[in-house]
Design a binder for this molecule. Structure first.
Ligand code: G4P
Length: 522
């Protein structure tokens, strides 16, 4: 199973502006997925790569980017899964993180750990996803390195191990020292980028350092780096893989410092595909049967076709084109004739794929987020929950003849896992639920742009919702009394819409035989 051992499926988590896009471009560039010649062209092309993404983002609303980027280097296949970059936490983001084996956390050296980084980190922690930290923008002024390291350790309750050390920051920046390989990476040219100039040393005492660095720079490097090496835990691969320790790389995505080291760290330390939680038992990547789960569905990738792409993470077996897989729980086997693998921004038809790979499956709405796909239908992956929405709104149509289109649009978006839709027992207005405010704006603009439905949102008398289950007689008693607050979700499951979290507490005390769940696993 060497193909499996050679896969690294990961995501980048960060706060907006920390440099995720720049780092992604540079990873693709150093990973050989974007070919460049010369600096000027490099700039132009990098800019073009970015503007393409932005165009797509504008067209598709904020939740969309190139979802999967694959590149290969030295026999290792890297699958980089994009997490939506906006500030609102969404289910989409959560689910993407269920499909990775490790993550890279990008932090701005001047800002440290910011809110979005923290939230995404907590999601990773729930699944013990190992994290490599990249402290970005060392070519700019920033906080003291010790302050940054201590903040990561304190806020995230992780051991930290510095792997590289910047020589000065901002105006004083002179290069980056690799504490593991004892190499000094130096800037070149007017833009002071890293273009491959490396000095191999025998250690921090090596007099070669005095020749290329300023007296102040080298003195501070020696003092700080030595202190750091005794002050922080030594790198421990097991602790990293258990999610207890993060190796920290200081660098500059823009100036290419540390990018190579990061790819090296992913190749050397990041875990290959891990067993995935499933029923009746976890699925190891070595299992022969082809299994996977759908973690994202994207509708309308091509405005001319009403197709959808379901993104499936392969968990075991060797997938071959044309193979038939059965979505567990609903439906017949589907023959997958045109699977898509994602090489940078191009789509390629895949003939074969291995555990850890992501396959795009074109379909007409049969596949949903959370679906397990397998050859024999013998397993079901767990842990891809729906979250109780924190914001509920009624959807009001401006043109009442568009009811059908509205339903279709809301069903599509619910299928993508971006919003949830509820059908109230009483009244005709659909209720939608989201986890963050921004998703409401995206919803309205997409309704107009993609479905030509003009609609507005009205306050609903409800604030949150719970899935209810229990003994059928008791459940019926509960729903009869609370009919005005009852709805069905898209799969027909009963949902209680509450005026407040307090009300949820109140009714759950009064109806001890009914279970109120804030998440629903599919
Ligand atoms: P994001 O995807 O995390 O939101 O961040 P993005 O890469 O777009 O970077 C945000 C800004 O930070 C960009 O500047 C980018 O050029 C800059 N940046 C990223 N990495 C580095 C770095 O290592 N050093 C320095 N000095 N800057 C960095 P911008 O002005 O917003 O955009 P642009 O005009 O440069 O495109």
């Amino acid at each position: 199973m060497t193909q499996t051992q050679d896969r690294r499926t990961f995501a980048i988590i960060s706060h907006p502006d920390a440099g995720k896009t720049t780092l992604t471009e540079k990873l693709l560039y150093f990973g050989g997925a974007i070919h460049l010649a010369g600096e000027v062209k490099a700039r132009g092309q990098a800019r073009r790569a970015r503007s393409d993404w932005m165009k797509i983002e504008q067209q598709r609303g904020i939740s969309v980017t190139s979802s999967v980027m694959t590149f290969e280097r030295e026999g290792i296949t890297f699958n980089l899964l994009d997490t939506p970059g906006h500030e609102d936490f969404s289910e989409d983001t959560y689910r993407t993180l269920t499909a990775v084996d490790s993550a890279v956390m990008v932090i701005d050296v001047a800002k440290g750990i910011e809110s979005q980084t923290r939230k995404l980190f907590e999601v990773c922690r729930l699944r013990s996803v190992p994290i490599i930290t990249f402290v970005n923008k060392v070519d700019r002024e920033g906080r003291e390195n010790f302050e940054t390291l201590d903040e990561i350790a304190d806020l995230l309750a992780l051991d930290v191990t510095p792997m590289t050390w910047p020589v000065g920051l901002g105006g004083q920046f002179e290069g980056v020292y690799d504490l593991v390989g004892n190499r000094l990476l130096l800037p070149e040219g007017p833009s002071r980028e890293f273009q491959g100039k490396v000095i191999q040393t025998t250690g921090l005492d090596d007099p070669k350092l005095d020749e290329v660095l300023s007296a102040d720079g080298v003195a501070k490097l020696r003092e700080d780096a030595e202190l750091a090496m005794v002050g922080y835990a030594p790198f421990d691969a097991t602790a990293y893989r258990n999610g207890d320790l993060t190796p920290v790389y200081f660098g500059s995505a823009l100036k290419q410092f540390g990018v190579d080291a990061l790819i090296g760290a992913l190749a050397e330390h990041a875990p290959p595909p891990r067993p995935q939680p499933a029923e009746p038992e976890p699925v190891a990547p070595t299992r022969d049967e082809v299994t996977g789960f759908v973690f994202k569905v994207q509708a309308n990738m091509d405005p001319n076709h009403r197709d959808r792409i379901a993104f499936m993470r392969l968990c075991s077996g060797t997938f071959k084109r044309g193979m038939k897989l059965t979505p567990t729980g609903h439906g017949k086997p589907i023959a997958i004739h045109s699977p898509i693998l994602f090489f940078a921004q191009d789509r390629e038809i895949a003939d074969e794929a291995f555990p850890g790979d992501i396959i795009g499956i074109p379909n007409h709405g049969t596949l949903r987020v959370g679906d397990t796909m397998s050859e024999k239908g013998s397993v079901r992956f767990t842990g891809l929950p729906n979250f109780a929405p924190e914001i509920l709104r009624r959807v009001a149509l401006k043109d009442p003849t568009k009811t059908k289109q509205l339903r279709k649009a809301l069903d599509d978006m619910a299928e993508e896992g971006v919003t949830q839709v509820f059908y109230p027992e009483i009244g005709a207005n659909l209720v939608i639920g989201v986890v963050g405010q921004l998703q409401l704006d995206v919803l309205i603009s997409r309704l107009e742009a993609e479905y030509k439905v003009a609609a507005g949102l009205e306050m609903a008398p409800f604030e949150t919702a719970r899935w209810v289950t229990g003994d059928p007689a008791k459940l019926k008693e509960f729903t009869d009394i609370n009919r005005a607050a009852m709805a069905k979700d898209r799969d027909g499951n009963p949902v209680f819409m509450a005026k407040s979290a307090w009300e949820v507490g109140y009714v759950s005390e009064r109806y001890p035989d009914v279970k109120f769940a804030a998440t629903r696993e599919r």
